[in-house]
Design a protein around this ligand. Sequence first.
Ligand code: F6P
Length: 324
Amino acid sequence: IKKIGVMTSGGDSPGMNAAIRSVVRTCAFYKIECAGIYRGYQGMIEGDFIDLNARSVKGIINKGGTFLKSARSKEFMTKEGRAKAYKALTDANIDALVTIGGDGTFTGALVFNKEYNFPIIGIPGTIDNDIAGTSHTLGYDTTLNTVVEVIDKIRDTASSHNRLFFIEVMGRDVGHIALNAGVGAGAEEILIPEEDLGLERLVDSLNRSKESGKSSSIVVVAEGDKTGKNVFELKDYVNEHMPEYDVRVSVLGHMQRGGSPSCFDRVLASRMGVTAVENLRDGKSNLMVGLINDKIAVTPLQKAIKGQSKINKELIRVSDIMSV
Ligand code: F6P
C-alpha cells in the first residue's frame, strides 16, 4: 500500500475528526502517503482530494463534525458513478481506502470492492449505534452525553410547571440512544422500536406515576418507535386520555449530532484509526474495525451491516424498576 484515502460519509458524528487524525498520523508513522477525500463518495467521484500529513490534522481531535465534510451520494449508487470514482482514485495514486460512516457507507464500500477489488477498511461512525461488530459506534457516547444534558434541563422546567414532556431523540430504526439516555436521565418511560409497549400501557404507567406522587414526567421517544404515533400525536392521545396532564413536546433534532467528542469517542477514534491502517498494510480488506468486550477487533463488513441490533434488554428492566 502506497497511498491511503480517508473519507467520511453518511450522517456525521462526533469523533469523525479524531478518526481522520488517527488514520493520517498512523499513515505518517508507517510512511504511507495519505489523502483526504472531501464529501464522501461524491467527492471521490469528483476527485476532490487533499494530501494530508501529520501536521494537517493538528487541533481537530476535539472538534465535532468532520472537516472532510460528509454527503450521501446518489451518483455512487450507479455503475457509471463508481467507474468515475475508481478513475479519480487511480489518477491520484490512491490504492486503498478507510471509510468512516454507517451501513450505507459500508454497503457502497462492498459494491465498490467487488467491482474493482479495491482494498477498504471501515470505521463505524454514526450516532445511532446500529452496526453489529462493535459495542459502540463513533459518536454514540458523545450523543448520549448531549441528550442526557438536555433532558436534565428539560426536567428542570418540567418539574417547575408540573408538566409531562415527550422528548424525541434520533436513532433511525433503533432505540439505543433513547434507551441509554433515557435511563441515564431518569425518564419515567422510554419508547423504542425494539419493544412496543402499546399506548394503553403508556397511559397506565403515567397514571401509576401520578398515583405514586410524581407531579411531572419525562417520556423519551426514539424517532423510530412503533407506537404508530409521532410525538405530537402522542401528546394529543395523552391529552385526550389524561386531560389533567399539561403536555409538551420537544424534538431534539440535529443538535444531537454536534459538539465536541467525549473522551471515550476520542480514544475510540484513535484506536480504530490505527487498526484500520494496520489492516490495510497487512493486505486485508472488507473489514470493519470495532470494539468488542473493550478490545479492538475486526468484523467482515458484510456481517457488520447485516447484524442484528443489540439492544440491552437488562436496561429495559432497569428502566421499569427505576420508574416505580
Ligand atoms: O444516522 C444518523 C441520523 O442522525 C439518524 O439518527 C437520523 O434519523 C438521520 O441521521 C437524520 O438524517 P439527516 O441528517 O439526513 O436529516
